[in-house]
Design a protein around this ligand. Structure first.
Ligand code: BGC
Length: 250
């Protein structure tokens, strides 16, 4: 079964048709930079271009960087605030004629990682999956079952959002060494570990492939901390899976 997966991010909108049984892309991924400031009209225009590019007619699954309930966006921390209150699922259907399911981007990436990535190893466990980019996204899994719309990137760590302490944006903006940034990430992970006691913490997002450079600084955490395997494919694959399984978060 093929579904068009779309990952809506603050800097790029990425998409590919996905075989949801294998998690493989059926065509080369297509990326369009998110037009600034990334308001609904602009993003929908990009989605229309993506649908044209693949000449797509089937189902669409989309991941969005905020809380999404029954297709409606409830928060938008790192994208235009005009999104709040918009029913993104129906807007996509109106714009493209395709049936659409929308969920949080980290929930989407976590679903894919649990089914097709390193998460397979932890399918009987309690897993905290994180996507670390500009923001920190989170998804909880209890024996592969998702608890949606957790927002651990906004948990307060010494008076600041966790994502403003240890997001990858902090590393890049301040040109931090892997060691310095790794220690910041450790502080955040220690708090997550202490509060939620997962069996494993899986780190996704762009920095997952650099794990060797900072993994040794992630100390003081009881959970097993491991990098994700699917890299930047996960958000697209998981959004497609959610559409196929009609995972409507309510
Ligand atoms: C948002 C989350 C999102 C994460 C990663 C955070 O700022 O609040 O909903 O999952 O960024 O994109």
């Amino acid at each position: 079964m093929a579904v068009l997966g779309i990952d809506i991010g603050g800097s790029g909108i990425k998409a590919a048709p996905v075989d949801v049984e294998t998690g493989e892309f059926l065509e080369k991924r297509y990326r369009i930079p998110t037009p600034s400031p990334g308001n609904p009209d602009q993003v929908l225009e990009v989605i229309r271009r993506i649908v044209d590019h693949f000449q797509w007619q089937g189902k669409i699954g989309a991941g969005f960087p905020g809380v999404v309930r029954r297709g409606v966006v409830e928060t938008a921390a790192n994208v235009s605030h005009e999104w709040v209150g918009q029913n993104l699922a129906s807007l996509i259907t109106d714009a493209t004629g395709c049936q659409a399911v929308v969920l949080n981007d980290a929930d989407a990436a976590g679903l894919a990682e649990m089914r097709f990535g390193i998460g397979k190893k932890f399918e009987d466990d309690h897993v905290l999956f994180l996507t670390i980019g500009t923001g920190i996204g989170s998804a909880f899994f209890v024996k592969r079952e998702l608890w949606p719309n957790s927002e651990l990137g906004h948990l307060q760590v010494r008076g600041k959002d966790a994502e403003h302490r240890a997001g990858d944006g902090v590393r890049q903006e301040n040109d931090l060494s892997w060691k310095k940034w790794g220690k910041k990430l450790a502080e955040v992970l220690q708090i997550y570990d202490y509060l939620f006691n997962p069996d494993a913490i899986i780190l996704g997002g762009g920095v997952s492939k650099k794990f060797k450079k900072y993994g040794q600084y992630l100390t003081g955490i009881q959970a097993e901390v491991i990098p994700a395997e699917l890299r930047n494919q996960a958000g697209i694959v998981g959004a497609a899976m959610a559409a196929e399984e009609s995972i409507i978060i309510d």
